[in-house]
Design a protein around this ligand. Structure first.
Ligand SMILES: Nc1ncnc2c1ncn2[C@@H]1O[C@H](COP(=O)(O)OP(=O)(O)OP(=O)(O)O)[C@@H](O)[C@H]1O
Length: 269
């Protein structure tokens, strides 16, 4: 019997006792657990893995950035479960990792819009992962804010201008390449936005987005400043997705002028 087998059996028992409705695997579950669960209990099984799939509503695969710390992973799983109405605020779910078993109670102040998790492609996920690290770590002891605009590069460029010579010109740096992370974090200290292709190539940084919010009918939470208006606005003007990191540590993802996710890794959820 492997460790995951042992933990899985215990997790089913814990779920039964605390009346949890969802069991989350942060690691590949044993095949028998899947079968046993789907026949013997009314638990929903969510497996965090590389593909998103809701074909079987009692056995879901959820794709979130793979290299997050446990707390951020569980927070994003919570957002997904709330979005799917699988748990309500105050309810708990049981999770199994490769060497741990735990219970997480879901709080309400994490916002994810319907469909976010099914849409987020790998480039957006990767930037979310980098934004989470930047939010937690800051840079040289200071909190920093930044903005990534992904996809529809031609149209994004039409609505922007460079504030400095493009440091990425002539370099083929891709956000999906593990080695690019430190470079991105370093250039995130520049004013302005990164422009990134839908395949992950960094086209430029230090870009000012020319967005006039009048007439765009953006529906944003109150109190957001110019970075966030530009982030939401560019996604209304183009087909791009924007990932903003506020100096306060909050990460927001926008598409079609709407906010799809709001998460602050520095906060306790
Ligand atoms: N149109 C824009 N295009 C690109 N970057 C922008 C734009 N507007 C603002 N920024 C960037 O956002 C930074 C912060 O601006 P501001 O404080 O108004 O935004 P904010 O939305 O309140 O963000 P934060 O929550 O981080 O303070 C600016 O210094 C600039 O680097």
């Amino acid at each position: 019997m492997t460790m995951v087998d042992v933990l899985s059996t215990a997790a089913v028992e814990v779920a039964r006792r605390i009346r949890a409705r969802v069991l989350v695997f942060l690691t590949e579950p044993p095949k028998e657990t899947e079968e046993e669960l789907l026949s013997g209990t009314d638990l929903t099984l969510v497996v965090v893995g590389p593909v998103f799939d809701v074909k079987n509503p009692r056995l879901m695969r959820l794709s979130i950035p793979p290299n997050l710390d446990l707390e951020s992973t569980l927070n994003l799983v919570s957002a997904f479960l709330m979005e799917q109405q699988l748990v309500k605020e105050g309810e708990s779910f049981v999770y199994v990792a490769s060497d741990a078993l735990g219970v997480k109670t879901v709080k309400k102040n994490l916002f994810a819009m319907n469909g976010f998790f099914s849409q987020a492609q790998s480039v957006v996920q990767r930037l979310l992962e980098i934004a989470i690290e930047l939010s937690i770590e800051g840079r040289e002891g200071h909190p920093i804010g930044t903005l990534f605009v992904v996809g529809d590069v031609k149209n994004v460029i039409k609505h922007s201008h460079s504030m400095l010579p493009n440091p990425f010109r002539g370099h083929k740096i891709n956000v999906l390449d593990r080695n690019s992370k430190e470079i991105i974090k370093e250039f995130a200290q520049l004013d302005g936005a990164f422009i990134i292709s839908s395949r992950g190539r960094i086209v430029s940084a230090g870009v000012y987005l020319e967005v006039d919010p009048r007439g765009l009918n953006l529906r944003l939470p109150p109190g957001l400043g110019t970075r966030h208006i530009a982030a939401a606005g560019i996604t209304k003007l183009t087909k791009a997705t924007a990932i903003s990191l506020s100096e306060s540590g909050t990460i927001r993802i926008f598409k079609n002028g709407m906010m799809l996710l709001e998460y602050n890794p520095r906060m306790k959820y």
